[in-house]
Design a protein around this ligand. Structure first.
Ligand code: PEP
Ligand code: MG
Length: 539
């Protein structure tokens, strides 16, 4: 038996034959051409076909991996049109008088390498996207089909790394699990595997050698261990673990549809965080009692221009209709910092997380903000909506945002457009300033929801995007817990509810602390809800 340790990125146990991904061999030899102009035309025609494929893929992938994740294929489509990708290809064809396949392979590999060399983890992870797009174009040029990359199954599929396209198009019936030599935990490949429930382990390095192909294996996606030619003892252990997990899941299912009550009978509302209308299905499947955070900025990302009022209205309306009587808290635009859309033309900043983001943009561009507010109010006629402003740090900001909400209502009323007057208007508490003055803010807000991701970043002065400082980041830091307690106490003194919608809400080690603080709502990834319900009942 050989035991290999990798990085588990998608939990689950799988047993089967190991098979290395047989990619179609690509024709990338340096073939000289007579007519460079014709070759550029071949390249442009292949780009058009690739764009059509990606359009189709992003539509079909919405159901499989959700709207937010499927956006990746729109990004791939943008790469196809990007001059950073096209110009060097055309340049190579023209100056070296070579075939388009070679030019795409050369320019695409260079670009992928440039991204791989970047310091920023997010940009590094984009390297695989460059490779993915180049490969798609080369396959079209050489008449080969990416679907041929699928091996017979069912197998544990191994590769150097999987491109997002390969992972997204995997046939769940033929692939038991994924294992790779390289990869990143936050890559789209890992996200897709988790969303589709495929166990996955990455970063085995060269230990995952091609000689292992065809061998029997068993793996645990939680611990990241892969056993080749496993001993019967190991198989039994993992089968028992799988059975145990199934039983635990079945036990949690008993809580479905029931209210969430702590030992002392106090209710705790368990809601879902969503980023798109499609995620509302996941919220319902997870038994969410509402949506505590609809990250509306995803409607603005992955596009070339602002979504108009009608487009936004339809998205909010669909989410509200899906959730029926359950409340949907729509967080207004939180763009900036790590969430950028080029068409906003935001200024280059030294410290974007401390700069022009979220409510600061909305108060600076009232027309943009009012378009969103009108869309939310119009949608409010179709369900149980609430509005939440992000990144509030002063009473003045809250008042100005509420003034604009009032103006949006007046504009709709003047046109006789129906909407609900009583939509609650709350704020996120995600700066130390807002937590400290939460007594003042509570008098003019209808509810608080604590964004612990940003509250942690700003309280501890630790960039949430920077992996290298994670050893310093104590997410249970007393300063954060005191700010949460203070905020909740001030909310209750003013008679309003207080929830948590940042990742800390799903931290099971803190559930008892939050129950004791009398937090009213936890809003988390939908798959966490049943587990939390069971745990709250024990607190
Ligand atoms: C937060 O900051 O905790 C939060 C929920 O908002 P986001 O993660 O979208 O910044
Ligand atoms: Mg935030």
């Amino acid at each position: 038996m050989i035991t290999l340790q990798g990085k588990g990125v998608s939990a689950g146990i799988a047993k089967g034959r190991l098979s290395f991904l047989k990619r179609t061999s690509l024709s990338v030899e340096k073939r000289p051409v007579e007519n460079a102009g014709e070759e550029v035309e071949r390249f442009n025609a292949a780009r058009e076909i690739a764009a059509d494929q990606l359009d189709a893929l992003s539509t079909t992938m919405v159901d499989k991996v959700g709207e937010e994740n499927a956006l990746l294929f729109e990004i791939h489509r943008m790469i196809l049109e990007d001059t950073d990708f096209c110009d060097p290809v055309i340049e190579i064809i023209k100056t070296e008088k070579v075939c388009a396949e070679y030019a795409v392979n050369t320019a695409g590999s260079r670009l992928a390498q440039e991204f791989a060399d970047m310091d920023d983890e997010y940009m590094k992870a984009r390297s695989i996207d460059m490779y993915d797009v180049s490969r798609r174009v080369i396959e079209i040029l050489s008449g080969e089909d990416q679907a041929a990359a699928q091996n017979g199954g069912p197998v544990i599929l191994a590769a150097d790394d999987f491109t997002p396209s390969e992972t997204a198009q995997l046939d769940r019936g033929r692939v038991l699990a994924l294992v790779s030599r390289q990869g990143a935990a936050n890559s789209h490949t890992a996200i897709f595997a988790r969303t589709m429930g495929i166990p996955a382990i990455i970063s085995f390095g060269e230990f995952l050698s091609g000689d292992l192909s065809g061998k029997q294996a068993v793996l645990d996606g939680e611990t990241g261990v892969l056993y080749i030619d496993p001993e019967p003892e190991i198989i039994r252990e993992l089968e028992e673990k799988e059975e145990r997990q199934k039983r635990e899941k079945a036990k949690l299912e008993e809580g479905r549809g029931k209210p969430t009550l702590a030992k002392n009978g106090r209710p705790m509302k368990l809601c879902a965080n969503i980023g798109s209308v499609n995620d509302a299905d996941a919220a319902l499947a997870g038994d969410a009692e509402g949506v505590g955070l609809f990250r509306s900025e995803f409607l603005y990302l992955g596009r070339n221009d602002y979504p108009d009022e009608d487009t936004q209205m339809m998205s909010y309306r669909k989410a509200l209709e899906k959730m029926g009587n359950r409340q949907v808290v729509i967080r207004t635009l939180d763009i900036g910092a790590d969430k950028q859309a080029a068409y906003f033309e935001l200024p280059e900043e030294e410290n974007p997380a401390l700069g022009m983001r979220a409510i600061r943009i909305c108060l600076t561009r009232p027309d943009l903000f009012k378009t969103q507010l009108r869309a939310i109010y119009r949608a409010s006629a179709y369900g149980n909506a609430a509005i939440m402003f992000p990144m509030i740090s002063s009473l003045d900001e809250l008042r100005r945002a509420k003034e604009l909400a009032k103006a949006a209502r007046e504009e709709l009323a003047a046109k006789g457009i129906p909407f609900r007057q009583d939509v609650p208007v709350g704020i996120m508490i995600e700066t130390p300033a807002s937590a400290i003055i939460s007594d003042v803010l509570a008098r003019e807000a209808d509810f608080f929801s604590i964004g612990t991701n940003d509250l942690t970043q700003y309280t501890l002065a630790m960039d949430r995007q920077n992996d290298s400082i994670s050893p310093f980041c104590d997410t249970h830091h007393e300063a954060i817990l005191r700010l949460i307690r203070l905020t909740c106490e001030n909310a209750h003194k003013a008679g309003i509810w207080c929830g948590i919608c940042g990742s800390l809400g799903a931290d099971l080690a803190l559930t008892k602390t939050f129950v004791d603080m009398e937090i009213d709502e936890l809003s988390v990834e939908p798959s966490r809800i049943l587990k939390l319900r069971a745990l709250v009942a024990e607190c």
